[in-house]
Ligand binder design. Sequence first.
Ligand code: ADP
Length: 290
Amino acid sequence: MKLIINQLNKQYSNGVKALHNVSLTIEKGMFGLLGPNGAGKSSLMRTLATLQEADSGSVFLGDIDVLQQKHEVRKVLGYLPQEFGVYPRFSAVDLLHHLAILKGFENAAQRSEMVDYLLQKVNLYEHRKKSVSAYSGGMRQRFGIAQCLIGDPKLVIVDEPTAGLDPGERNRFYNILSEIGEQTIVILSTHIVQDVRELCTQMAIMDEGSVLFNGSTDEALKLVTGKVFEKSLEKSELEAYQEKYQVISNKLIGGKPSIHVFSETSINGGFFKAEATLEDVFFAKINGLI
Ligand code: ADP
């Protein structure tokens, strides 16, 4: 089953054009949707999750017309929104039962089997009787994944899932997601380049409502391989370098600025060739250098 998004447009009533002719074809596996804040990622995710309307365009998940057959989509959709609200009084196991009933799982024995399976899958079975409000950020996100998997979805959408997680929690979360991606279409929307680099084989870069790149992470890297040069500077030199070169990014390393510059040909003056990263592709695209 493929998700085919064709020429999707959305303008909010305040005039902001959040989606501009967005076209993407997404197959089974982990797909990374990368973009800075305000790029339009959530607008796209909410549209795919049938929570808001598009102005024009089409979206098909297999045979299902996503923009028209909302009820059909919801049966096969798992969605973990950016702000995942929970009912604080409920234990994890009770809350999953409640959500499963809402999704139409009426048979108590089958539902119990599924809820236990999901709690085990996200490593929360031991903590199933705790109130979800007492969970750590990482546990809450894993609970979010469990609720998203109720009913064996064909399309899983996770919006900015790793914000606020410590590195250990983030790894656990990554592992669960990549396991799901072996069987399902998983769209991971994020502004964190590392999330995409570690998890996804296919990706898109979005900014200001438009898709700037769509392809494999390897293809993305090829756009800048051999064309990124690095130099460590004094702070006072930074402005002059920004004027003279196509600066992709500048970072502090040990308190000193270190710049990455994009150039088709090698450059002299103390620069050395850097190993190109997805972060270079991301910033070079966002800054209009490639
Ligand atoms: P992202 O998820 O990439 O941060 P969003 O889809 O949330 O991007 O936002 C895209 C643009 O649309 C931003 O400029 C944002 O301010 C605007 N926007 C988002 N939701 C609304 C809304 N309900 N009404 C008006 N503008 C909105």
